[in-house]
Ligand binder design. Structure first.
Ligand code: NAP
Ligand code: GDD
Length: 325
């Protein structure tokens, strides 16, 4: 795949960093859009910093996005930038709509004007299914978002389909279920748990405060999903694909396994249920059917639940200088 070029929004985030590593390894010329922060946040992409061209841009700002597309002249564009934390979307709904919803439209317009033959990947989400009535969810399942984040993602999903239909652009949606890693932000429940467990083992705290332990998610491993993103744009025609493991587990199960792996079996003594982490409207249960991605793209989630929890617990224990149990 030498001589191909890719533009990634959200390159500093969990998925953007794994995707940048994958594409650099495949010989792509990779450009990443980064927004100006008072303290730069390049830790996730430290391994590929010398191989990735960083350009200033913000999904809130049309001119910087257009300029980034113009100068990078990408063959592939991956729109991974978002205000991606569901809980924050209730506190900052307008900002979330601007970035996670309208931001996609700004990028699509930038591509239409400056690189209309580029293939575009839109990071859509299982959060769009929200209040689900059927299980497992696939590409035909109706959307019923339950958060401002989910609503904004539905907007972006349909904007992407519309640009495909209206302008014959190559735009594809990856409807990805939750995927996690040691690079996951500390506010998301999996990482909050594995970091909390490691802090307890390290003697830094005794407790971990959580919300709804009954929520169920289809949790996969982020590098597997970066591979799916790349395969999605390699298909001859643009289409929309669910990415999922097909298994769902509760937050409670995640907690049990994580504490157990760290050598603590009486996890109930450490976990405090704190209603401040409940959401105004909750997504109770998500489980995906990724048969279409398997059939068409040859993709399957390789890392299963127990291995995912182990990878994350070990990484956080190591961060606090503790050898794996
Ligand atoms: P993440 O770690 O939160 O990364 C989000 C990225 O977006 C960061 O690089 C962030 O930059 C950037 N960003 C935020 N606001 C921006 C703005 N206004 N302009 C430009 N960049 C901005 O998210 P992730 O887990 O990697 O997820 C990647 C994408 O997939 C997101 O769109 C997310 O909604 C979607 N998604 C994720 C999952 C999942 O389970 N991880 C599942 C389905 C869909 P800073 O470093 O400056 O903050
Ligand atoms: N964050 C968090 N913190 N969630 C908690 C907590 C807590 O203390 N306690 C229970 N939960 C529950 C939430 O109520 C939710 O049902 C579930 O754990 C997962 O929450 P998150 O890890 O914050 O992820 P999410 O499912 O809301 O959203 C993630 O996955 C989406 C795909 O379905 C994000 O990555 C989104 O960007 C992504 O689109």
């Amino acid at each position: 795949m030498a001589d191909r070029s890719a533009l990634i929004t959200g390159v500093t985030g969990q998925d953007g960093s794994y995707l940048a590593e994958l594409l650099v390894g495949l010989g792509y010329r990779v450009t990443g859009i980064v927004r100006r922060l008072s303290s730069p946040n390049l830790t996730n992409i430290s391994s590929v910093l010398s191989d990735v061209q960083l350009v200033d841009g913000d999904l809130m700002d049309q001119s910087s996005i257009s300029q980034a597309v113009k100068v990078s002249q990408p063959d592939e564009v991956y729109n991974l930038a978002a205000q991606s934390f569901v809980a924050t979307s209730f506190a900052q709904p307008v900002l979330t709509g601007e970035i996670t919803g309208l931001g996609t439209l700004r990028l699509l317009e930038a591509v239409r004007a400056n690189a209309p033959t580029a293939r575009v990947y839109q990071a859509s989400s299982s959060e769009m299914f929200g209040h689900v009535l059927t299980e497992p969810q696939d590409e035909q399942t109706p959307f019923h978002p339950r958060s401002p984040y989910g609503v904004a993602k539905v907007y972006s999903y349909w904007a992407s389909v519309n640009y495909r239909e209206a302008y014959s652009m190559y735009v594809a949606n990856g409807i990805l279920f939750n995927h996690e890693s040691p690079r996951r932000g500390l506010e998301f429940v999996t990482r909050k748990i594995t970091d909390g467990v490691a802090q307890i083992v390290a003697g830094k705290t005794k407790t971990l405060r959580l919300g709804n332990l009954d929520a169920r998610r289809d949790w996969g491993y982020a590098p597997d999903y970066a591979d799916l993103m790349h395969r999605t744009l390699a298909a001859p025609t643009p289409d929309d694909y669910v990415g999922a493991t097909g298994e769902s587990h509760s937050v409670r199960e995640f907690v049990e396994v994580a504490f157990h792996l760290a050598g603590i079996d009486d996890w109930e003594k450490h976990v405090i249920i704190d209603p401040q982490y409940n959401r105004p409207s909750e997504v109770f249960n998500l489980r995906g059917n990724a048969n279409k991605a398997k059939r068409t793209l040859g993709w399957e989630a390789k890392t299963r639940f127990a291995d995912l929890v182990r990878i994350m617990v070990e990484a956080d224990l190591q961060r606090y200088g503790i050898a794996s149990r």
